[in-house]
Design a protein around this ligand. Structure first.
Ligand SMILES: O=C(O)C1=C[C@@H](OP(=O)(O)O)[C@@H](O)[C@H](O)C1
Ligand SMILES: C=C(OP(=O)(O)O)C(=O)O
Length: 426
């Protein structure tokens, strides 16, 4: 498709779709609880639809009523053995978290996904799950999907320090620990998104958190509840960046999730001197309204414990950095290499093809500012965040056309992205 170039500015208000991480987990906890869970404002992106399809395949009734999705919970003991292979689509969150759920189930299953997912390492979950007594194997020494696994009705608790900063691995181990015979201790490398921990409490379960150390007892039961999913800050990120770097812009994003484990992009915008106002804070729902306006931006360094708090936003933050008045450095972000694509290389190549000056490094990028962007042909390579970053970058292009190939990848996390973007064009 041809992307819009040379926009005179973006103005107006928007409510971005529901948070992807919370949407996945609301289906999972809803299925594992007793009773009916009603989920409002769920994201209907393809990744979440994959999670819904997988739980339906294991006998869970999930009704989409439009205004709400109703999950008829069956409890940890009520899942049934799937008749077909479990299709995780493009979703790392689905395959890793559901591996943890299946760890304690007394049946066998095969978990597979698309070409991109089939290249992503699953050894980060299979190694600790084997320690707990799960029988699981994948392809190559990194346990790439498809994964064949047989859970254990007598899972051993685990005491495990994560070698990578990953909410997916942490969450998989929490789901397994909830089914183990005793208490598990899981220690994080860095603090990562804590939606799983929050949701255990919302569904009436218990978890003890002390800094990076998490303790979970097995044999718990959950009670159904109502969940309202806040807007996804990872989706809002595209419009935050657009509003800051395009001339004559003023964008207000309502009801954005601002859980502190996800707000690294706000810290970066503030460090760059961007004009960002946070209002209507709802402490209970962990949401707020975010307003951005065209800004003069200065460079910053993005590294250390900030990285997990903005990991999915780094492609569009790289674009933001191309418009500052200096050199921005991103370090400690080697996890970007094992996302839907190698996001260090693919982001650098894409933006450099459009005239940016980015040097990819082993664990990040060096990004020189004040780049004038020009036309190019970009291929998402099946990565939604590459496609949306390209669409925002193209708005800055004065000369030439931008063509986006495999744009349908964007449906993974934001099926209404282009409608929302058009609604803000002056
Ligand atoms: O737990 C989650 O919902 C997610 C965790 C992150 O992955 P990692 O755990 O691999 O860092 C993130 O990139 C992904 O989009 C969603
Ligand atoms: C990395 C992502 O998702 P997942 O790991 O669930 O595929 C993402 O949404 O950017």
């Amino acid at each position: 498709m041809k992307l819009q170039t040379n926009a005179s500015g973006l103005r107006g208000q928007l409510k971005v779709p529901g948070d992807k991480s919370i949407s996945h987990r609301s289906i999972m906890f809803g299925a594992l609880a007793q009773g009916e869970t009603r989920v409002h404002d769920i994201l209907r992106g393809e990744d979440v639809l994959s999670t819904m399809a997988v739980f339906r395949e294991m006998g869970v009734k999930i009704e989409d009523k439009g205004a709400e999705v109703i999950v008829h919970g069956v409890g940890f003991k009520g899942l049934s053995a799937p008749k077909n292979r479990l299709d995780m689509g493009n979703s790392g969150t689905s395959i890793r978290l559901i591996s943890g759920v299946l760890a304690g189930q007394p049946f066998s299953a095969e978990l597979f996904g698309d070409d991109s997912l089939s290249k992503r390492p699953m050894d980060r979950v299979t190694i600790p799950l084997r320690e707990m007594g799960v029988s699981v194997s994948g392809e190559t020494d990194r346990d790439l999907p498809p994964l064949k696994m047989t859970g254990s009705a007598h899972l051993k608790p685990i005491n495990y320090t994560l070698p990578v900063a990953s909410a997916q691995v942490k969450s998989a181990l929490i789901f397994a620990a909830l089914q183990a015979e005793g208490e598990s201790v899981i220690t994080e490398k860095e603090l990562t998104r804590n939606h799983t921990e929050d949701m255990i409490q919302q569904f009436g379960g218990q978890i003890s958190i002390n800094g990076k150390e998490i303790r979970v007892k097995g044999g718990q039961t959950f009670t159904a509840t109502d969940i309202t999913v806040p807007g996804d800050i990872s989706s809002a990120a595209f419009f935050l960046v657009a509003g800051l770097i395009l001339p004559n812009s003023d964008i207000t994003l309502k009801n954005v999730g601002i859980n502190e484990t996800r707000t690294g992009i706000i810290d970066v915008i503030q460090a760059m001197g961007g004009n960002l106002v946070i209002s209507d804070r709802d402490e209970l729902a962990k949401s707020a309204t975010l307003t951005v306006k065209t800004s003069e931006l200065k460079p910053t360094e993005i590294s250390g414990d900030l990285i997990p708090r903005l990991i999915d936003e780094l492609p569009v933050i790289a674009l933001l950095a191309t418009q500052t008045n200096g050199t921005t450095i991103i370090r400690d972000a080697e996890e970007l290499k094992v996302k839907e694509t190698d996001r260090i290389q693919v982001v650098a190549d894409m933006l450099n093809d459009m005239g940016a000056a980015i040097t990819p490094t082993d664990d990040g990028m060096i990004i020189r500012g004040k780049s004038l962007l020009t036309g190019a042909t970009i291929n998402t390579q099946g990565d939604h965040r590459i496609g949306m970053t390209a669409a925002i970058a193209s708005l800055l292009v004065k000369a030439g056309e931008v063509t986006l190939e495999r744009a349908e990848a964007i449906d993974t996390s934001y099926p209404t992205f282009f409608q929302d973007l058009i609604s803000l064009v002056d």
